[in-house]
Design a protein around this ligand. Structure first.
Ligand code: UDP
Length: 237
């Protein structure tokens, strides 16, 4: 059923589905990149962890009424999704300060944002994904004012749900990035992946970072950390 390779990104390959134009197969790669691709490494097994963790997140969100591109898992490293055209805006929700905002605005790591902070970044590697405001987002995408508002509302709802989801496995959700896409029907739905590559997750007992920061900051064994998250998720229910 897997058709031609349509696109290859830093973390995933995207394949067409023979005989069905509205579906795609995502194949998660073992590559890790950080700092806009300047730091690179390959971790055998990482694709499996992100695929399985992302599938669990999307299944949970589906149960809670959040529409996403996720259809079903196909294998350890592949999932079937609805075809969408990605809106070139990375939507970041922050509950606690970490990463770029600490450097950009000099806000101390772990500073709490209440209400949570929503930021937009323009998805454009050549420009290093610059931060943008709502007006820029309208200029740089085909989303309408109403759709952009809906994206923000959905991102905040996903934040509420994911905070609870990760609390269930003793992790604090510091921040995360979402991408949205327009499906064949023209509806905007949650897309891409939600995994420790795209979230900051801190162990509630030890405070240890349990996400891609382990790779960004050379804090330890990335695969061991991702394996631990998957094990915690599999132990639930
Ligand atoms: N993030 C991501 N992809 C990106 C940029 C950020 O998934 O291209 C995630 C990142 O893992 C973190 C959140 O979005 O959970 C906020 O990232 P930040 O703006 O702090 O950027 P960073 O310093 O991590 O590049």
């Amino acid at each position: 059923m897997k058709g031609n390779l349509l696109y290859e990104g830093k973390a995933k390959q995207v394949f067409e589905v023979e005989g069905n134009e509205s579906l795609l197969v995502l194949s998660y790669k073992n590559d890790a990149t950080a700092f806009n691709g300047q730091k690179k490494a390959n971790f055998i097994g990482k694709g499996r962890y992100n695929n399985l963790i992302s599938a669990k997140v999307f299944e949970y969100l589906r149960d809670k009424g959040i529409a996403s591109h996720f259809e079903k898992s196909l294998s350890d490293t592949e999932q079937l999704v609805q075809r969408t055209t990605i809106i070139p805006i990375e939507v970041v929700v922050r509950n606690m300060a970490a990463g770029s905002i600490t450097k950009r605005l000099g806000i101390k790591e772990k500073t709490v944002f209440n209400p949570p902070l929503v930021e937009f970044f323009y998805k454009k590697d050549e420009l290093g994904d610059p931060i943008i405001n709502d007006q820029h987002a309208l200029i740089l995408s085909d989303a309408t004012v109403e759709e952009l508002e809906e994206i923000k509302v959905t991102a905040l709802k996903v934040n509420e749900l994911l905070q609870e989801f990760f609390l269930g496995i003793n992790l604090t959700l510091a921040d995360f990035k979402l991408e949205f896409g327009r499906n064949i029907d023209g509806s905007i739905i949650l897309s891409d992946e939600v995994s420790p590559d795209t979230c900051r997750l801190w162990d509630r007992d030890t405070g240890k970072k349990m996400d891609k920061d382990v790779f960004r900051e050379d804090l330890g064994d990335l695969l061991q950390v991702y394996d631990n998250i998957l094990q915690r998720l599999e132990a639930v229910k």
